[in-house]
Design a protein around this ligand. Structure first.
Ligand code: HDD
Length: 698
């Protein structure tokens, strides 16, 4: 490690990477048995403050009390202005296909090369204490601790964005967050100011179609795609550049919940996603994503009917296929949520040689914002020295001092060039023309006048073609979810002129969609909004639909198994084995928790029925004896358990006694209500044909 980088110890973590500890004898020295003050003084009594006599008052002299309360009073730091609620994990990225012909970045130089990573998933609008499952875009940020410095892909689970130019970001965020006067709603876009702003921003149409699709109701981060969104630049050793878009593909496939499910999960378990990730990693079922790239050159880009530097546009995978080049495995939970997840500081400007930016005006604004926000959130320009943010490779320069400086640089030279010698060599680091980062000389200067203009490129004016592409690429089930989401959100808007204006935008996207939404709101269908540029039809892209990929697999899914006293333990264990053989997981649910008498022994329930609604599971199965029926009949929670599973189109595995109960409750048997034998083969499938029977869809 260099002389003026912070002198943290490094030890290998489970991913084979090194991970940093606070220096010896630091505040969390696990070896220390005694409680001490922050000055290292042993504390004799941590239960009582120092008083004048037995009944007080408390003395100002009590420095132990004062230090403890002083520190506690300042425990909170400002939450992120967006993406405040999130959770993360450590892991490793492995290059599975070297691409030296495209980039000189060391992490892609050799197949098999491993790079430690930290990933953080987040919602955008809600505060740090909000829920995990609102309808919201999800952040998907990954920090690669490469040998050449940190590289961050700070992306989302949607491949496009609301706005084209960073100058609109504060307006967007103000509009979506709690309304300025009311201070609500929390973590929700279904309110006046959001839709007022959106309806005035036709460039947001493509993104809001994604936002109203099931993509914003992910089952958990394990089932989410991630996207770098912007077009970036890859540069190889010969200095040649290619344009690139980054994609993360979940190995378990993409899956979402329904809206009703998401709202019920929010009540039952506001931490559903962070719990899912944490517990899955604890169990050793490490989630994985493949990293893919779409590569194209400047000439090709210039021929497209859309601008690849416009973040509201995507390139269909059917047009430029995604090539998989690596795999990320998240295999270690943070030791401490605050120190790691909360203090993690991502920044799209963190790149390594071989990866560069483009002139995308949204990206360009981001390059400023993230560094700036860390100063306000983490309080010091030295936030990069925190273990979670520090590069794992040596780093050194002549930046000095600042609040909370952890490094202790030695010597006199704190400037460059200098001619102070140490053992015959000039002191300190020097720039390196050969291996240092060099900005790619962007040949694609599209506007050679280089005039300073507050304008956007012409192709940025087409706001509707790709929104239409998205709608028309969805299956009918997804289209009805999307239209219903618009009806729901706009039903929460009190301003009729905003609803009307939004309908004109939707009409410009697709008349069928607009018609459904207008009908759902009992409003007349207006004429389409005028488009600033010609709108054209693109070939539908099945890759944009979640359901086109087929039914979910058992791998990584959780099945709720209801049992009662007197159930057959043997049947339950056979069911569990069949599910676990396909990498599924079973949670045993019962009206009572703890150990219970069953027909052939005892069985411990993992969860109480009340508090474990079926919304928490991917499918449910019930193995109960006839004598349990009367207790279940009079239990409203039991009834809801099955009724919700049915309404959320989930598979219900039913023993004969359960079938009787379902019949009494009017829960109609259909393809998705199976016997115990068939259940393990169809369990994770959703039975969408059922949906029109249980929900009024737009
Ligand atoms: Fe941003 C955080 C993703 C546009 C300004 N953003 C943040 C995070 C993610 C994104 C995932 C959370 C990182 C973490 O987990 O700590 N942001 C995006 C994407 C965008 C985008 C995919 C568009 C393609 N963002 C964007 C713009 C600006 C910002 C245009 C400002 C001009 N974003 C920020 C920020 C945040 C942030 C204020 C808040 C906390 C932080 O940076 O560290 O600087």
């Amino acid at each position: 490690m260099s002389q003026d980088s912070p002198s943290f110890e490094t030890t290998p973590g489970p991913s084979g990477e090194t991970h940093q500890h606070v220096p010896n004898g630091g505040p969390h020295d696990a070896g220390l048995a005694h409680l001490t003050t922050n000055q290292g003084l042993r504390i004799s009594d941590n239960q009582n403050s120092l008083k004048a006599g037995r009944s007080g008052p408390v003395l100002l002299e009590d420095f132990v009390l004062r230090e403890k309360i002083f520190h506690f009073d300042h425990e909170r730091i400002p939450e992120r202005v967006v993406h405040a609620r999130g959770h993360g994990a450590h892991g490793v990225f492995e290059c599975t296909r070297a691409i030296p012909e495209l980039t000189k970045a060391g992490l892609f130089a050799e197949t098999g090369k491993k790079t430690p990573v930290f990933a953080r998933f987040s919602t955008v609008a809600g505060g740090a204490g909000s829920i995990d499952t609102p309808r919201d875009v999800r952040g998907f940020a990954v920090k690669f601790y490469t040998d050449e410095g940190n590289w961050d892909i700070v992306g989302n689970n949607i491949p496009v964005f609301f706005i084209q130019d960073a100058i609109k970001f504060p307006d967007l965020v103000h509009a979506v967050k709690m309304e300025a006067d009311k201070g609500y709603p929390q973590a929700a876009s279904a309110h006046d100011t959001f839709w007022d702003f959106i309806s005035l921003m036709p460039e947001a149409m493509h993104m809001v179609l994604w936002q109203m699709s099931d993509r914003t109701l992910p089952r958990s981060p394990r089932f989410m795609e991630g996207f770098g969104i912007h077009t970036f630049r890859l540069v190889n050793g010969a200095g040649e550049g290619h344009l690139v878009k980054f994609h993360w593909k979940p190995v378990l496939g993409i899956q979402s919940t329904t809206w009703d499910e998401a709202t019920k999960i929010a009540g039952a378990d506001p931490d559903y996603h962070r719990r899912d990730l944490f517990e899955t990693i604890e169990r050793g079922a490490f989630p994985q994503w493949e990293l893919g790239i779409q590569v194209f050159d400047d000439g090709w880009a210039m021929e497209q009917p859309y601008d690849v530097l416009d973040a509201t546009k995507l390139i269909p995978e059917e047009v430029v296929p995604v090539t998989i080049i690596g795999r990320m495995t998240l295999d270690r939970n943070p030791d401490n949520f605050f120190a790691e997840t909360e203090q993690s500081a991502f920044c799209p400007a963190n790149v390594v040689p071989g990866i560069d930016f483009t002139a995308d005006p949204l990206l360009q604004g981001r390059l400023f914002s993230y560094l700036d926000t860390q100063k306000s959130r983490l309080g010091t320009t030295n936030f990069h020295q925190l273990p979670i943010n520090a590069p794992r490779c040596p780093f050194q320069n002549f930046q000095r001092d600042g609040m909370m400086q952890m490094g202790v640089p030695h010597g006199r030279a704190n400037y460059e060039p200098n001619s102070l010698f140490e053992q015959g060599e000039p002191t300190g680091p020097r720039e390196c023309a050969e291996t240092g980062f060099v900005t790619f000389p962007d040949a694609a200067q599209r506007d050679d006048s280089c005039a300073r203009l507050r304008m956007r490129p012409e192709l940025f004016d087409d706001h509707y073609s790709q929104a239409r592409l998205f709608y028309r690429s969805q299956t009918p089930v997804e289209q009805s979810h999307l239209a219903s989401a618009f009806v729901f959100e706009l039903s929460k808007v009190d301003l009729e002129h905003v609803q009307q204006r939004m309908l004109t935008r939707l009409a410009a996207v697709d008349m069928d969609l607009a018609h459904r939404v207008a009908k759902g709101l009992s409003l007349p269908l207006p004429a389409p909004a005028k488009s600033a540029a010609p709108v054209f039809d693109m070939d539908p892209s099945p890759a944009l639909s979640i359901l086109s990929a087929g039914q979910p697999r058992m791998n990584g899914r959780t099945i709720g198994l209801l049992f009662a006293e007197g159930s057959s333990r043997d049947s339950i264990e056979r069911m569990r084995d069949a599910i676990e053989a396909q990498q599924g997981r079973v949670v045993l649910v019962s009206q009572k928790v703890g150990l219970q008498e069953v027909r052939d022994g005892t069985l411990k329930a993992d969860a109480k029925l009340e508090g474990s609604p079926s919304a928490l599971f991917d499918a449910v199965v019930s193995i109960i004896p006839p004598e349990a029926l009367s207790a279940l009949r009079s239990d409203h929670t039991a009834r809801e358990w099955f009724a919700d599973a049915y309404a959320h189109c989930k598979t219900i595995g039913a023993c004969p006694a359960t079938l009787r109960l379902l019949g009494e409750w009017g829960i109609a048997a259909d393809d998705g209500v199976t016997n115990l034998q068939d259940f393990p083969h169809v369990a994770p499938a959703r039975h969408w044909a059922r949906e029109p029977r249980v929900r009024l869809l737009a």
